[in-house]
Write a protein that binds this ligand. Structure first.
Ligand code: AR6
Length: 180
């Protein structure tokens, strides 16, 4: 599923966030210490090598909703943007914290002149956020931000399962940006 809104291409794919060589930046669903973990963080750190964890020490810890940007080390991208999603049922207000992850990730991307960025479905794995409300928050936040983006022209959602991909594609197709 692909849609162009306000000059920005939005798309959903199935795959592994650590294998997106055509994207300038990929987003990590990190832990507060920015260490290797499971899921997305595990895949990204394994592919990037130990230099990424070393660089991350300069930035840790981060709080829910925050995002920091580092080099990508052995990954084929230019940058990794690390954000800490809310733990569902524990970090409140969860929806605002999740929205901040997308907003702050885009801000970090713009600061570096990033043209393309790939997001995983932040907080929807180990942190337990239900996939549909999480996807709605992601798209709503990104839609609101589109008019303010200058360098970012391509945003890709990389979903791990076909079911998550279908759900995101359906929402991306039918949700409307604020002014439409
Ligand atoms: N590529 C794309 N998506 C993936 C991948 C991958 N390689 N692996 C998993 N997913 P999670 P969170 C999906 O748990 O919920 C870590 O251990 C997965 O199916 O990676 O924000 C950290 O160290 C799910 O839909 O992130 C933290 O402690 C989504 O990506 C904690 O988990 C997010 O799953 C962060 O939890």
């Amino acid at each position: 599923m692909k849609r162009v809104i306000k000059g920005v291409t939005l798309e959903c794919t199935t795959g592994d966030i650590s294998k997106q060589p055509d994207m300038d930046a990929i987003v990590n669903a990190a832990n507060a210490q920015l260490r290797i973990g499971g899921g997305v963080a595990g895949a990204i750190h394994r592919a990037a090598g130990p230099g990424l964890e070393e660089e991350c020490r300069l930035w840790a810890p981060i709080r829910p909703g925050e995002a920091v940007i580092t080099g990508a080390h052995r990954l084929p991208n230019r940058y990794v943007i690390h954000c800490l999603g809310p733990v569902y049922g524990a970090d409140e207000p969860a929806s605002e914290l999740l929205a901040s992850c997308y907003l702050n990730s885009l801000r970090r991307a713009e600061e570096k002149g990033v043209r393309s960025v790939a997001f995983p479905a932040i907080s929807t794995g180990a942190f337990g956020y239900p996939i549909e409300p999480a996807a709605r928050i992601a798209f709503t936040t990104i839609f609101q931000e589109l008019p303010w983006l200058s360098s970012v022209k391509h945003i890709r959602f990389v979903l791990f399962s076909e079911a998550d991909h279908r759900l995101h594609s359906k929402l991306l197709e039918k949700m409307s940006p604020p002014s439409e």
